[in-house]
Design a protein around this ligand. Structure first.
Ligand code: PLP
Ligand code: COI
Length: 365
């Protein structure tokens, strides 16, 4: 099979899936990223042979050689998207082709092979289909899909690997934050940056998250939910959180979000909110915003809301910002009007409760 050919998935059903009664218990209040389904998708890549051995099988531990390149040089990328229960009982994905494209862009940055979009989509559709009973029904819950790819070649030389594994696992999830959609507090990192120009900030690679953990741990020590990173060059411009993009809402109703210049992740939720705000006639700018300006505008009342957004976090208000230079509150410290409206609009489209003028919802069944 050559590198461009798309193998179709062989389905190898689990011989002993989790019994229905136990599954119901596990998905009733699943939290985030702890409850996993019965199956997983796998496709192998070998240089010269291309993508092969595409199949769905029972979810089980991997056996890996200790010299697998990913364990040493972190050549790994991932994605995150959700399968939603629709109001009419059906199931849909939200803009999955955007995740497929970002996966290809991440692969290019990490010198990895390009997974064809059709294979990405098929792996997800087949997994959701076979594990459909794991989609939780509670409000705000969904089946979180985690496609990822890593260098599996057994080799310690430093160069792009010649063998990779692409996989998808699925997790029944509720809200990412324990408090649900309540306002979060964020810590401004002084000592650490997430990404520098020319680095991997725009790619969804595990290394970015590994590098962010010490700052996230510091945020937790400071009593905050999340860390917010400033730019690496001037340590002045607000970039994003460890796993979410940021939006700022001004008193005059206009909205601002940091521009995509290679150091922040091009969020699909970010892009959707840019479209939704423009649809509503809201003036929205992709413009750099400094930490000093943010603090000053929050104090003067010029800035009235800040929210974080992402697949896991949906739209989450930011209530308090803490830093070594002092703390400040955003608006009343709760959920602002535009934040609430954007969350409601997005969720209504994702759940098939509102018209989908941009064709974002991909119904599976
Ligand atoms: N920024 C980072 C660092 C993320 O990990 C995520 C989550 O995927 C996002 C932003 C939001 O991206 P998306 O809206 O595509 O989930
Ligand atoms: C997502 O939103 O899908 C992410 O990858 C971010 C992480 C905080 C779970």
């Amino acid at each position: 099979m050559n590198a461009d050919a798309t193998p179709s998935f062989e389905i190898r059903e689990h011989s002993a899936p989790v019994p229905a009664s136990e599954r119901t218990g596990r998905i009733a209040d699943p939290g985030f990223g702890k409850v996993f389904t019965d199956h997983m998708a796998i496709v192998r890549y070998t240089e010269g042979k291309g993508w092969h051995d595409a199949h769905i099988q029972a979810r089980e531990p991997l056996s890996m050689d200790p010299a697998a390149a990913v364990l040493h040089y972190a050549q790994e990328i991932f994605e995150g998207l959700k399968a939603y229960r629709l109001a009419d009982g059906g199931t849909a994905l939200f803009r999955p082709e955007q995740n497929a494209r970002r996966f290809q862009q991440s692969a290019a940055r990490l010198a990895m092979p390009q997974l064809p979009e059709s294979l990405f989509l098929e792996s997800i559709e087949k997994l959701v289909d076979i594990d459909r009973e794991w989609i939780p029904g509670a409000e705000g819950a969904a089946l979180y899909l985690r496609p990822f790819m890593f260098a599996s070649e057994v080799f310690l030389g430093v160069r792009p690997a010649h063998e990779y594994l692409y996989m998808v696992i699925a997790s029944s999830v509720g809200a990412y934050f324990k408090g649900g959609a309540k306002a979060i507090s964020i810590w401004v990192s002084d000592d650490y940056t997430r990404a520098a120009p020319g680095g991997t900030g725009a790619a969804k690679c595990g290394g970015n998250y590994a590098a962010s953990l010490v700052a996230q741990a510091e945020a937790i020590r400071q009593g905050c939910d999340q860390v917010v990173f400033l730019d690496a060059a001037e340590h002045r411009w607000v970039e994003e959180l460890g796993g979410m993009n940021l939006f700022f809402v001004m008193e005059d109703g206009s909205v601002l979000t940091p521009p995509l210049k290679g150091t922040i992740l091009p969020g699909i939720t970010r892009d959707s909110i840019l479209t939704l705000t423009r649809d509503e006639g809201i003036s929205v700018r992709e413009e750099a915003y400094s930490i000093d300006q943010w603090r000053e505008d929050a104090a003067s009342g010029k800035l009235v809301e800040t929210f974080a957004c992402g697949t896991a976090a949906v739209v989450t208000p930011v209530g308090t910002v803490k830093s070594s230079a002092g703390d400040f509150q955003i608006g009343s410290g709760g959920t602002g009007q535009i934040t609430q409206r954007m969350r409601d609009r997005l969720v209504a489209i994702q759940r098939g409760e509102a018209p989908d003028p941009h064709g974002w919802v991909k119904r599976l069944f």
